[in-house]
Design a protein around this ligand. Structure first.
Ligand code: MN
Length: 697
């Protein structure tokens, strides 16, 4: 176990300004608090936090993080309180320790739920403070290293599985491949003992027999670089046993059939040399098609950069090669943490902390690419993480809605979405998702994407899918509407119009099919009059036109098939400008409600339809509650405000009165939300009025 002075030395080696006294106090504190507690290994418990702190020094973390690592189990497992920690080590450490403690508590929950929940909280932690996550990952890594001491096989398995499913992927996500590989290996050993034994055994055998290949290949590659005048270091290594295992599973092959158990790394000075090295290798050895990947021009999401290729070294011998610069290599091993440590180097005052760095970068970068270049963390700032009910994670841009989420999961799911639940609550599809939301998409087989979704969907995938449907559907809808109009027109004509007359009209209008005609009629490209003349040449359309009902409405609602019947909610009185949602019940007109309507909360079986107001919509009745002071003339004053704003009173009734106040409910005809808000403001500004609010029920 690492001694106190060793730990301090290690921190001082990269951070000469460290407050040694504070570090020492933290060390002593954790030793005292954990007291005589022991680990499964029989070691004193405090050896664990000390080792975790040691792992943090490898990442050259700042003083607060080292102290957090030392204290990370004190609040959870000893009598220490977070207030204690704050009093002794300040608010920053207290906040970090609290973060780690919260994460650990979640582990105590039940199986499935926990897995998802864990992941969720972790990701929340990422967006909060990455150091919490780093300590947690180091904590898990050390626990995995000592996992074999735990007696219960079930417990070992459970921990290993959790590591494989949650922690290793998290390490990968922030680019900490070293942590990821070691966690995977240790978990693999528990979860697939036979596979683990076979592969490690075979690898050892090959090593024992003196595998000259790695050396030979490395040397040949180095020679090739040399001849090309390229400065490069070539490293050969065995692939990780778990990677080999995965490959065997994926390809359904035995170990012996794997020709690429070795992997090589070429480390060069700069980006330019990476591509030159690639050229040298491809000229000398034939590349395996389909295996080249350029993660330099297109880095992985976690910021990983390298060139990957596979060449045929000898007959039947594939060799995988990663080409990268020294900088990229550092970053690839320790990901975000490496980046963080570099920043510390750049700033000798050392205490700036990643958060300040990040803020600085956010403030000074103008281009999105620049942001990504500068910090791996930036990518978490413009993304949110949301989960399916089964705990599958989806990354989405900020501003994403359940529609985006549905399409991210599967195109079919998006196409058939009718509603959504976020964290168990029914919400409209336009609701913005937050980090950590669990999103349950409600579907209906008959449903198709709604054009109104284009008003709020943000991801390319969702928008493209919706547009595709909209194009098809608009046509279908127009045809339907056209048919309706056509039928109305035909009904009003004195002559009977059959298929023949229709066919003739199609021809006269120089169209090809009846559908084309219906579409043109529906889309308003052919007026009723032109249609009549086409159907019955020479007919005097003016004679009947005036009797026809107007097709126009002052308001229109987007998101419904044109012509579909709807009712504005009697409960909440939607007016143009309100956010609205439709409730669709079988065989009934769609009910349009404001987003605030109680009816939406009281859980009906109706499908939710996302709606919005069509352009130029105007007119509606809103309900207000106005409480006025009980004094002469106050009613006239209230009515005067309505009159001044040119709003008609449709209904007015007194609902309560006492000696001081009279309460009225007023149904008011207004243009739109804007109009209503001006009226409410005027009411509130008036001396006569004590209170004025809109009612949604
Ligand atoms: Mn721990």
């Amino acid at each position: 176990m690492m001694r106190q002075y060793e730990l301090v030395e290690r921190v001082r080696a990269y951070n000469p300004d460290v407050d040694e006294d504070r570090l020492n106090r933290a060390y002593v504190f954790t030793v005292q608090m954990h007291g005589t507690q022991t680990r499964a290994s029989g070691d004193p418990y405090f050896s664990h936090p000390v080792e975790v702190a040691g792992l943090m020094t490898d990442l050259r973390m700042d003083e607060d993080t080292i102290i957090t690592a030392l204290l990370h189990d004190t609040v959870e497992d000893t009598l220490t309180s977070i207030e204690d920690v704050e009093a002794r080590f300040g608010p920053e450490v207290a906040r970090l320790v609290d973060g780690v403690t919260k994460l650990s508590k979640i582990e105590a929950q039940t199986e499935d739920e926990r897995a998802a929940e864990n992941l969720r909280k972790f990701l929340l932690a990422i967006s909060d403070d990455i150091r919490v996550l780093l300590v947690k990952l180091a904590d898990r890594l050390h626990n995995m290293r000592t996992l074999h001491f735990i007696k219960s096989p079930e417990k070992r398995r459970r921990i290993a599985k959790e590591t494989m499913d949650i922690y290793a992927p998290l390490a990968e996500r922030i680019g900490m491949y070293e942590y990821m590989h070691e966690m995977q290996l240790l978990a693999f050993e528990q979860l697939e003992p036979e596979g683990y034994a076979t592969i490690t055994g075979r690898l050892a055998q090959i090593r024992e027999q003196g595998d000259v290949r790695i050396e030979e290949i490395s040397q040949k590659m180095a020679d090739a670089m040399d001849r090309a005048g390229l400065k490069a270091k070539v490293y050969g290594r065995e692939k990780h046993p778990y990677s080999i295992w995965k490959k065997m599973q994926e390809r359904h092959v035995a170990f012996e059939q794997l020709t690429d158990i070795n992997a090589f790394r070429v480390i060069v000075d700069d980006i330019e040399s990476c591509y030159r090295a690639l050229g040298v290798l491809h000229r000398r050895w034939q590349m395996v098609p389909g295996r080249f990947k350029d993660f330099i021009s297109t880095p992985k999401r976690n910021g990983y950069r390298s060139l990957h290729t596979t060449v045929m070294f000898a007959q039947n011998m594939r060799v995988e090669i990663q080409i990268r610069s020294a900088d990229m290599h550092q970053a690839a091993e320790y990901g975000l943490a490496a980046h963080w440590a570099y920043k510390q180097d750049d700033q000798p005052d050392g205490q700036a902390g990643w958060l300040r760095d990040l803020i600085e970068i956010l403030e000074t970068s103008h281009e999105p690419e620049e942001l990504l270049e500068n910090t791996r963390m930036a990518m978490y700032q413009d993304r949110i993480f949301a989960f399916t009910p089964k705990g599958a994670l989806h990354q989405l841009p900020k501003g994403a809605t359940p529609v985006d989420f549905a399409y991210a999961v599967h195109t079919d799911l998006g196409d058939r979405a009718v509603g959504a639940k976020i964290n168990g609550r029914h919400v409209p599809l336009r609701t913005l998702l937050n980090n950590g939301d669990m999103v349950d998409i409600l579907t209906s087989k008959a449903h198709v994407p709604d054009p109104a979704w284009l008003n709020f969907a943000v991801t390319g995938k969702a928008r493209a899918a919706i547009r595709r449907h909209v194009r098809h559907r608009e046509r279908d809808e127009m045809i339907l509407l056209g048919k309706k109009i056509y039928e109305e027109v035909v009904e009003r004509l004195p002559a009977k119009i059959g298929q023949k007359a229709l066919a003739a009209a199609v021809e006269r209008l120089q169209l090809k099919t009846a559908d084309e005609l219906m579409y043109a009629v529906g889309a308003g490209k052919i007026s009723d009059r032109r249609l009549i003349v086409a159907l019955v040449p020479g007919f005097d359309a003016d004679a009947i036109e005036s009797e026809w009902p107007s097709q126009e409405r002052a308001i229109s609602i987007r998101g419904l098939t044109p012509g579909v019947a709807y009712n504005l909610g009697e409960c909440c009185h939607p007016i143009p400008g309100d956010r609205i949602v439709g409730l669709r019940l079988p065989d009934a007109p769609v009910e349009v409600h404001t987003i605030h309507c109680d009816k939406l909360v009281s859980g009906t079986d109706a499908d939710w339809v996302d709606l919005s107001w069509g352009q130029g919509s105007d007119g509606g009745a809103a309900r207000l509650r106005v409480i006025v002071h009980n004094r002469p003339g106050m009613l006239a004053e209230m009515a005067g405000i309505f009159g001044f704003h040119k709003a008609n009173i449709l209904n007015l009734r007194m609902t309560a009165r006492d000696s001081a106040f009279h309460t009225f409910e007023v149904d008011l005809e207004v243009h739109d939300l804007h109009h209503l808000m001006r009226i409410i403001s005027a009411l509130r500004a008036s001396d006569a009025v004590a209170q004025a609010d809109r009612l949604f029920s």
